[in-house]
Design a protein around this ligand. Structure first.
Ligand code: IMP
Ligand code: MG
Length: 190
């Protein structure tokens, strides 16, 4: 058992499961009779995607895309600076591209959290160049108060306050992704 510091649960695994099931039902209704591709953003969206995919009653396949942004590539200090709003010059780089053509497909980009909007704005522009039939965004979490790039999720799990959260795929310096609940990390992490 690894030691977990005092983490306050913001969203329990029961709340998450209920909301993810609702999102899956909504996607199933919107794309009834059509195949879709869920495209997860590594690594944070991996757990959300695996639960969401099982709640969608459609002909579905999934793929992953990898990005590194200012913050995650520079370690925990930079990640906290990023969260504190120091990332206005942020850049996004692709670390893994999709493995298939998205031309003419119904694509849903699946992301753990929509923060400033930098990452999804970059990915949306890049993926639109493939010529998909539709491109939608499913985000588990949204911190609307932090937005710098105008962008909204088409399918949203929860809107949350401006706090740093971990668990259910979300990390701090690569830790805590395996927590079943989404928790607020205290400002001085252990
Ligand atoms: P954006 O590009 O500023 O929208 O940031 C999106 C990315 O920042 C997410 O995919 C996460 O990797 C990371 N991120 C933003 N807020 C948090 C948080 O509270 N906890 C963990 N990661 C976060
Ligand atoms: Mg992420």
């Amino acid at each position: 058992m690894f030691a977990v510091p005092e983490l306050k649960i913001l969203l329990s695994h029961e709340q998450i499961a209920k909301r993810v099931a609702e999102m899956g039902a909504e996607i199933s209704r919107d794309f009834a009779g059509q195949p879709i591709i869920l495209l997860g953003v590594l690594k944070g969206a991996a757990i959300f995607l695996s639960d969401l995919a099982r709640q969608v009653q459609l002909d579905l396949n999934f793929d992953f895309i990898g990005v590194s942004s200012y913050g995650t590539s520079l370690g925990p200090d930079a990640q906290l600076k990023k969260n504190a709003g120091w990332d206005s010059t942020g850049e996004v780089h692709l670390t893994k591209d999709v493995d298939q053509s998205l031309a003419g497909k119904n694509v849903i980009l699946v992301e753990d959290i929509l923060d400033t909007g930098l990452t999804l704005n970059y990915l949306r522009r890049r993926l639109l160049a493939h010529g998909p039939k539709t491109l939608r965004i499913a985000a588990l979490l949204d911190k609307p108060s932090r937005r710098k790039h105008a962008l909204e999720a088409d399918y949203l799990g929860f809107s949350i306050p401006d706090e740093f959260v971990v668990g259910y795929g979300l990390d701090y310096a690569e830790r805590y992704r395996n927590l079943p609940d989404i928790c607020v990390l205290p400002s001085t992490p252990c």
